[in-house]
Every structure is written in C-alpha cells, then in structure tokens.
Design a protein around this ligand. Sequence first.
Ligand code: SAM
Length: 277
Amino acid sequence: MRIDVVTVFPDYLAALDLSLIGKARQAGLLDLRVHDLRDWTTDRHRTVDDTPFGGGAGMVMRPDVWGTAIDAVSGDPGEGGAHLVIPTPSGEVFTQRHAEALSHESHLVIACGRYEGIDARVAEHYRGAGTRVSELSIGDYVLNGGEVAALVMIEAVGRLLPGVVGNPESLVEESHGAAGLLEYPVYTKPPSWREHPVPEELVSGHHARIARWRRDRALERTAARREDLIARLEVATLDKHDLATLARWGWSVVDGALRRDGAGDDRGRRDSSARAI
Ligand code: SAM
C-alpha cells in the first residue's frame, strides 16, 4: 500500500518511523510519503490559507494550493487513482470498519487540514470527478490539525496489512472485531501480584472453560461500557450461555433483537463489581 500524507507540518509525522509501522516501511510493506503542502504554493510567502468568505474568525485553507498538491500525489484517476481521506471533526466517525475498508485500497492520500479547515470545494471537486473521498473524524472533539488524526488512521489501517503485525492471530479476538464486542481482560505473569491472583479459569489448562470465561468477560465488559455495541449484536450469533450472561446485565431478546429492560436486574453488575470488566 502507498500512503501520501500532505501537511504543513511534515515533522509531525516523524512517529511513523517508529515501531511496527516504521518496520513495515523498512520492509517495503508500506510506501509512506510525507509532503509539505507549502511546496505547492507559488507566492513568496508560501501562503496556504486566506480569510473566510462570509466573514468570521480564523483562516481557511485555499483550494487552489490543495488541488495542485492532491493532483500531484494522487496518480492517474483512470488507473483507479488514490482514495482521498480528509480528516475533519465534521466527518463520519472513523471506526474499525473504516480501517478494514481502507486497508484494501492500494493508494491513500491523506490531506491534513489546519486553521478552520480546508475549503469545502476540495472534497466536492474530487468527489464530482469520481475520486473516492472519505471525510473522517477520529472522535467528537476538535484538534488543531489533521496530523494526529492521520497518525491514528495510518496506524489502524497499517496494522491490518499482511505482514505488519507479527502474529495475525492477535488481530482476531480484538475489541471491535467481527464479534462486535470489547476484548476480555488479559493477564500475564506473575500469577499473583499484590495479592491479586489471576482468575483461576485461565490457569486451569481447560480450553473450553477458558474460552467460556473469556467470552463471558467480553460480554460483561461490553454491556458495562458500551451498551450501543450490545444493542447491535446479531441474536443469531449468541448461544444460550451468552444470553444468560447478558440477561444478568438486563438484556433480553424482544422481537428478535436485544433490548435492555429498564427494570433489569443488577445482579450482573453486583457480581462483577469485584472483578475486572
Ligand atoms: N472549524 C472546524 C470545525 O469546527 O469543524 C475545525 C477545524 S480544526 C481546528 C483544524 C483541522 O484539524 C481540521 O481541518 C482537521 O484536519 C483536524 N481535526 C480537528 N479535529 C479533528 C477530528 N476530531 N478528527 C479528524 N480531524 C480533526
């Protein structure tokens, strides 16, 4: 995969030389190129922004400079072209599903905004010209620029590329994976630390018991922290043990979908309060 990042702060992306993404670059699994937007300016001051039409505070990034930059790094649209990603707090919220979809692309261009953002005609123009354009937010808060969002997206997408994460098995049971649950709590040595023992099921050596324990903790943790994820579970993917665990958290099947009954018994919460969820 090739990723071109265009920014007014190329140094911000230096972290991409580190860790697994840095190794993936060195191994040639990821062709990552970082560009300074100002290289496409034509005036002496290397201007990338101007005052907003309609008035108001702040500056807006100019479409002419962005257009020249994006054309230069995107390649020929006739040959599939690049998928243009524009980080913005007003975009769709970036999730693991976006990361998976983007990991199947061969070329991404990430346009990092600053100030009040990029002139809206840039996204409009490329969409109209047949380019795949994704305006994506990394969460409901406002950053000063798109660089941190680009780092987040590159790490989430990059680790899904074949060969980037050493053991691909570790991607299977993660939070936000195919099961639609948060991951169960994890433990390592020593078996007892500051009088906190590891749950006995995990040292039982009994595979089915370990699997059941993990599944129950994943369901409980998700019920406690992310009710929205539980509400989206497909009932057909749940067995009777799953349904019993969810019932302790007040969830039952109504008309083929999971519903949280307001009365709900809080036994699950009480039982779990003493252990990690
Ligand atoms: N005026 C914009 C608004 O209210 O939607 C905010 C602009 S923000 C100060 C400047 C740049 O930071 C944006 O163009 C975008 O590149 C980036 N940015 C800020 N928050 C972001 C978020 N939650 N997700 C992705 N990018 C973000």
